[in-house]
Design a protein around this ligand. Structure first.
Ligand code: GKR
Ligand code: MG
Length: 429
C-alpha cells in the first residue's frame, strides 16, 4: 500500500444546545462547544476526530495541524513528537475547574488526541477494518454505558446581562431533589436501558445527595450506583459520606481535591475511590499509586493522548491493580464512536462508561451508526470509526458557534451572571 500522507486538516468549532445541568462549579451554558478535526490524505480518504473547542485549545490545534502537514498517518509516534515540539512550553489552565491542572505533557496529550483518532479512522478505512481492530481487536461487541444523572433546572433562565430570553423547558424537566433525580433516572433507564447509574453531585449539601443515592437504591435495587461531587468535599466530609453509603456505591468519584486528600479518604472509605481529577496525565500515576489514592481511574482518550495511549493507561492500571472506567464531557457522535472502539478493545475496562449522550438534541454525524440499546452501543464493524460527517449539520452547528458568543466553557461565570452571590469553592463542604 502506498503511503497515506496528510494533505490538509480542517478544524471546525461547533456549538450544540446543552441543558442547564448543575455541577460543583456552576451550571452548563446554553451551548456546549466542540471542535471537529477532518484530516485529508493524498489517497482521498478523510479521517475524523472530535475534541474541546475552547479558544485557547483551538489555537493549539491549529499549531499542531500545521506541524502534521505531509505526515504519514501510520507514523503515530513521530506525529506525537511533532505535536510535542510544536507545543513546547505550552500549558493550559483548568478554566472550568473540573479537569485538574493541565501540565505541559497533559497539553500535548489533549491536543494530539483528535489527530490520532482521525489518523486511525484513515488507517481503518484504508485497510477495510474497524478502528477496534487496530487497537488489538474488540473483546466485546457491545459497550455498556451508565445513565449520567444531573441536578438541573427545568430550562435556561433569561440572562440578566443579555438579550437572551428564558429557554423552553426541556423534555427532562427539573431535578433538584431526590424525587426529581429518581424521576430523571427512571426516564433515562426506560429510554436507553442503562444498567448502571452515576449521579453528578457537589451541588447540594452532602446529606441531600446521600438521600438522592438512597432513593435511587430504593428505586433500582440491583443497578450499580456512583456519586461524583467533583472534589466538593473535605476529606472528613468525604469519609462521612463514604461510610453513610457503605454497600450502596460501586465507587465514589473524586470526593475531595488532590492525591493526598484522596489517599486520606481512601484509607477509611469502604468502597473504591475513582478519579478523573487527580490522575489526568501519566506523571500523576506514580504518586497516586504510591499514596494508595485511587482504586479506579477514569480514562478519557480526549486527554490521555488518544486511543493507543489510553490503552497504555489501561495496561498501567492493570499492572498496579487499579480498576478502569471511562469519563465523559458533553460530546457528539465522533467522540462516541472513538469511545466505543476504545472500550471494545480494552479488556480491563470493566465498568459501564460515562456518556453525556442523552443530554444533547443535536449531532453532526449521519444517524444510525451508533444506537443505544439495553444501555449499550454496538461496536461499529464498518471500516474506520464507522461514522460519517453530515456536512449540512456541521455547517449548521458551526453557524451556531459563530452566533452563540461562547468561546470558552465557563460554568461558574454563567452561574454568577444568573446568581451573582454564587462562589466557586473546592472543597465547599
Ligand atoms: O458535565 O458538568 C459536567 C461534568 O461535571 C463534567 O464536566 C466532568 O468533567 O463528567 C465529568 C466528571 O466526571 O467529573
Ligand atoms: Mg468525575
Amino acid at each position: 500500500m502506498s503511503a497515506l500522507t496528510v494533505t490538509g486538516i480542517r478544524i471546525t468549532p461547533v456549538a450544540f444546545a446543552d441543558p442547564p445541568l448543575l455541577n460543583a462549579v456552576g451550571v452548563h451554558e446554553p451551548y456546549a462547544l466542540r471542535a471537529v478535526v477532518e484530516v485529508r490524505t493524498d489517497s482521498g480518504i478523510t479521517g475524523l476526530g472530535e475534541t474541546y473547542a475552547d479558544e485557547v485549545h483551538l489555537g493549539k490545534l491549529r499549531r499542531a495541524a500545521a506541524a502534521l502537514a505531509g505526515h504519514d498517518v501510520f507514523a503515530l509516534n513521530t506525529a506525537f513528537t511533532a505535536v510535542t515540539v510544536a507545543l513546547a512550553g505550552d500549558t493550559g489552565g483548568d478554566a472550568h475547574g473540573l479537569t485538574g491542572l493541565i501540565t505541559e505533557s497533559g497539553t500535548v496529550e489533549r491536543v494530539f488526541s483528535p489527530f490520532e483518532v482521525a489518523f486511525l479512522d484513515i488507517q481503518g478505512q484504508a485497510l477495510g477494518r474497524p478502528v477496534a481492530d487496530l487497537l488489538g481487536g474488540a473483546v466485546r461487541d457491545r459497550v455498556p454505558f451508565s445513565a449520567y444523572l444531573f441536578y438541573k433546572w427545568a430550562h435556561h433562565p433569561a440572562d440578566p446581562d443579555g438579550d437572551r430570553a428564558a429557554g423552553e423547558p426541556d423534555e427532562w424537566g427539573e431535578a433538584l431533589d431526590p424525587a426529581g433525580i429518581v424521576a430523571q433516572a427512571r426516564a433515562m433507564v426506560d429510554r436507553y436501558g442503562f444498567t448502571a447509574i452515576k449521579l453528578k453531585g457537589g451541588v447540594f449539601p452532602p446529606d441531600q445527595e446521600i438521600e438522592a443515592i438512597r432513593a435511587l437504591r430504593d428505586e433500582f435495587p440491583t443497578l450499580p450506583l456512583r456519586l461524583d461531587p467533583n472534589a466538593a468535599w473535605t476529606p472528613a466530609t468525604s469519609v462521612r459520606v463514604a461510610r453513610a453509603l457503605e454497600g450502596t456505591l460501586e465507587y465514589l468519584e473524586d470526593p475531595t481535591p488532590g492525591i493526598d486528600g484522596m489517599a486520606e479518604v481512601a484509607r477509611e472509605a469502604p468502597m473504591p475511590l475513582a478519579t478523573n481529577m487527580c490522575v489526568v496525565d501519566f506523571p500523576h500515576l506514580a504518586p497516586a499509586v504510591a499514596a494508595g489514592a485511587v482504586g479506579v481511574v477514569l480514562s478519557d482518550h480526549h486527554y490521555w493522548g488518544g486511543l493507543h495511549r489510553s490503552r497504555l493507561l489501561a495496561g498501567i492500571c492493570g499492572t498496579f491493580g487499579m480498576g478502569l472506567s471511562m469519563h465523559s464531557n458533553s460530546h457528539l457522535g465522533i467522540s462516541l464512536a472513538a469511545m466505543v472502539h476504545l472500550a471494545a478493545a480494552t479488556p480491563n475496562l470493566s465498568y459501564a462508561c460515562d456518556t453525556h449522550w442523552p443530554w444533547k438534541t443535536e449531532d453532526l454525524i449521519v444517524p444510525g451508526a451508533l444506537e443505544f440499546r439495553d444501555g449499550s452501543v454496538a461496536v461499529p464493524t464498518t471500516p474506520g470509526l464507522g461514522v460519517t460527517l453530515d456536512e449540512d449539520a456541521l455547517a449548521r452547528l458551526h453557524e451556531q458557534y459563530l452566533g452563540c458568543g461562547i468561546r470558552q466553557r465557563d460554568d461558574t461565570a454563567y452561574m454568577r451572571r444568573l446568581r451573582p452571590e454564587y462562589e466557586r469553592r473546592s472543597p465547599r463542604w
